[in-house]
Design a protein around this ligand. Structure first.
Ligand code: TRP
Length: 463
């Protein structure tokens, strides 16, 4: 049987829930969920596809205004209820239909895991190839070819996806505290240092200036309704909000945690990691003649090329993909935990049953995402491959819709008194101005902004 970890739910009738033990533990766990493939893979390729600096600018507005508001809101719901996502709604609004907001989180978790594990599989495979030395080329087109031929075959990527799922499932079963939390806490700083090293190398490449201009000099004519929708979707995905992850983590925080400042710190650090990844990638894109709009393959072309042009490159390359794999695993743990805690708490399954069922469900659904670059590359639903469809529906529909539900729940159901008590820890933190700003954002700004962008993306209004 699985050991109990701090992420296990003792159940609602238990006398006291386990808690994170320190502020550092809270930040590590939350940041461990936020930092992942979103920073190192998705943020750079989306910035590359959507006009560079203009996209970054909109993204930063989205994370600071909307993403942060929803993160604080999830912490408030979770800590106030002391229960994970579906249970929290049942506890705080008994007899109502609010629990459906939690149920849709479960669907979002499945969809995100379905394509996230595909990319994590590519990362695991690249880590393995870098260690075994089979990734040492010198010409950019060889890296392109290596990526295309790896993802163009059905079996190898599928098997890597299963390895990813088995690893993530095993960590969930072994206990998150002593496994993943300890590993990410020590290794995330190493990833940070390696990113800085890549940045230094990238910045000293001939032609680096063009890449920096692409990332930091906005051309606002590139901004369209779709750009804004994508930036909003990415900000939710990045901060792991709109899906109950942060509600669940909020339920493990004690009453002395400063919710607003914790959320702000996580948001700032996460954004910094994304920008550092951008600085590592864009100078290389231009220096080596890759296209910034290459899409999901971008990371797999530029980073190997950057490292292959420096001393000890093979070693650094192996470390880079290994640490990316670890960061991705940290994020996947938090996604899988939402599913597992739901099946355990609400359906009363045992932890191993819940883990096994979730992993098998994801493997099945996820295989269609993995095969999108090979066997199923011509299979389209709503004009998208399964990989793109899962990504689009989760990031651009389910997460923002979840965000609206969370904002409405906090502002209309819990109301100003609970918000005030939670955000000031019962009047112990003198942050009234911040709380007021948060209150206006959660009551008006965030839900209205999300609703407009969502309606636009569904084609119901046009701008
Ligand atoms: N934020 C993670 C990343 O950037 C992915 C992630 C983990 C996530 N948990 C989530 C995304 C919950 C949305 C919702 O890689």
């Amino acid at each position: 049987m699985a050991k109990h970890s701090e992420f296990d739910s003792p159940g609602r009738q238990a006398p006291s829930r386990e808690k994170f033990t320190s502020t550092l533990g809270v930040i590590a766990a939350t940041l461990g969920s936020a930092v992942g493939l979103g920073n190192i893979w998705k943020f750079p390729y989306m910035t590359g596809q959507n006009g560079g600096a203009a996209f970054l600018f909109i993204y930063i507005i989205c994370v600071t205004v909307v993403g942060l508001t929803i993160m604080i809101s999830e912490f408030i719901i979770g800590r106030h209820a002391a229960a994970a996502t579906v249970g929290a709604y049942k506890k705080l609004a008994p007899g109502s239909r609010w629990y459906l907001a939690g149920t849709s989180n479960i669907l979002a978790a499945f969809l995100i895991m379905a394509f996230y594990t595909t990319v994590a599989g590519w990362v695991y495979a690249y880590a393995f190839q870098a260690i075994s030395g089979s990734l040492s080329f010198t010409r950019p087109e060889d890296f392109q070819q290596a990526f295309d031929s790896f993802t163009g075959q059905p079996w190898a990527p599928l098997i890597w996806q299963w390895i990813v799922l088995a690893t993530t499932g095993a960590v969930i079963l072994a206990g998150v505290k002593n496994g993943i939390e300890r590993i990410t806490k020590t290794l995330l700083p190493v990833l940070f240092v390696l990113l800085l090293l890549c940045d230094i190398r990238a910045l000293t490449l001939d032609g680096a200036a063009e890449g920096l201009a692409f990332l930091f000099k906005p051309d606002f004519s590139k901004i369209t309704g779709v750009t804004i929708l994508l930036a909003l979707g990415l900000s939710f995905f990045k901060l792991s909000v709109g899906m109950g992850t942060m509600t669940t983590y909020g339920s493990y925080m004690d009453k002395n945690q400063n919710l607003i400042s914790t959320a702000a710190k996580v948001m700032l650090s996460d954004t910094l990691v994304s920008i550092l990844a951008g600085i590592a990638i864009f100078p290389a894109v231009f220096a080596f003649g890759f296209q910034p709009d290459a899409g999901p393959s971008l990371l797999f072309l530029t980073i190997p090329m950057v490292f292959s042009s420096m001393p000890l490159g093979r070693l650094f390359l192996a470390m880079f993909f290994l640490l990316t794999a670890i960061a991705a695993t940290g994020a996947m743990i938090s996604l899988l935990e939402v599913l597992v805690s739901y099946f355990c708490e609400e359906r009363k399954w045992r932890r191993w049953q819940a883990t096994l069922a979730s992993v098998l469900g994801i493997a099945l659904l996820g295989s269609t995402a993995t095969l999108s670059t090979s066997t199923l590359s011509d299979f389209h639903l709503l004009g998208k491959t399964m990989f793109d469809l899962f990504d689009f529906v989760s990031s651009n529909i389910l997460l923002p819709a979840g965000g609206i539900a969370i904002a409405l729940f906090v502002s209309r159901v819990l109301g100003p008194r609970v918000i005030y008590a939670e955000a000031t820890n019962n009047n112990q933190i003198p942050n009234h101005r911040l709380v007021r700003a948060y209150y206006y954002s959660v009551r008006y700004l965030a839900p209205i902004a999300i609703a407009i962008i969502l309606l636009n993306s569904l084609g119901l209004i046009k701008f």
